[in-house]
Design a protein around this ligand. Structure first.
Ligand code: BJW
Length: 231
């Protein structure tokens, strides 16, 4: 049966109370990307970076999945073929909404990573500078998230899924960050139909076959209903 690949971004979690990056008043209006989302920024001022991610970890832990997360989990459950969810989000709201095997291409707030030996473990609610790695004892613990200039996770698996997709949907992402912004082209080259669901048209909206505008909690459940009726 037909495989669906879904890419999600910060917009799907906006109505759960988590800020997006590039919308008015978003995270990048309050923090410099170079300071909090690059490996160089972490080397310069690890305390600042830990404060940024500690605050977001606390906020994400309080957030609840919304109707859009739950609808995608329903699609995964009821669609007769495979539904692969690839998220750029570092929150766990897809899983909390019932989704399975979510690919977190930009990592997760729940994880800690040793910058020296790449060992991974569960992050404490508050990470601090100098925290030793449980494997090599280096004082280089960092959040397990993907910053600019770093390779996103599970890229081979994602490209394999895109090559086999019959439908690709991008939900709540501005299409400004690569490689995720190019997934629509990868999927289209493999013959997939493509659809964007977003509040406003993204940078790459003209690359999609269909564009559905509106808040994710309204558009996504409606789109899932239509998909399940039309199967
Ligand atoms: C709603 C809504 C509602 C609001 N309902 N919708 C060309 C090719 C390849 C790479 C590059 C390139 N040019 C430059 C690069 C490098 C760079 C890059 O992309 N730079 C750009 C700025 C140009 N990329 C990288 O460095 C990446 N690594 C890399 O490329 O490695 C080499 C490589 C090459 C080729 C193949 C493979 C690899 C790494 C990028 C890492 C990004 N990291 C961040 C931080 C993660 C940790 C954290 O969370 O803090 O990831 S940055 C930030 O942006 C975060 C997000 O995941 C990411 C995307 O943001 P997103 O989700 O789209 O959010 P917004 O805010 O931008 O948009 C929200 C959308 O929602 C809007 O459209 C709203 O309208 C909508 N919305 N409310 C529905 N209720």
């Amino acid at each position: 049966m037909e495989k669906i690949v879904i890419l999600t971004g910060a917009g799907i979690s906006a109505e759960s109370g988590l800020g997006t990056f590039r919308d008015e008043g978003g995270l990048w209006a309050q923090h410099r990307i170079e300071d909090v989302a690059t490996p160089e920024g972490f080397v310069r001022d690890p305390a600042l970076v830990h404060r940024f991610y500690n605050a977001r970890r606390v906020q994400a832990a309080k957030a609840q999945p919304n109707a859009a997360h739950e609808a995608l989990a329903r699609l995964q459950r009821d669609w007769p073929g495979e539904v692969v969810i690839v998220t750029q989000n570092v929150d766990s709201l897809h899983e909390a909404g019932g989704a399975q095997d979510v690919i977190h291409m930009h990592g997760t707030l729940a994880g800690a990573l040793c910058a020296a030996c790449d060992h991974r473990w569960t992050a404490p609610p508050e990470m601090s500078v100098g925290e030793p790695c449980p494997a090599c004892a280096a004082a280089t613990a960092r959040p397990d998230v993907v910053w600019f200039g770093e390779m996103p996770y599970q890229m081979d698996a994602i490209y394999n899924h895109l090559a086999g997709a019959r439908l690709f949907a991008a939900i709540g992402t501005s299409g400004q960050v690569y490689p995720a912004a190019a997934f629509v082209h990868e999927a289209a080259m493999s013959g997939a139909r493509t659809v964007e669901l977003n509040l406003d048209p993204s940078t790459g909206a003209s690359s999609f076959d269909d564009v559905v505008l509106g808040p994710a909690t309204e558009t996504v459940p409606r789109w899932v209903d239509q998909m399940l009726i039309s199967q």
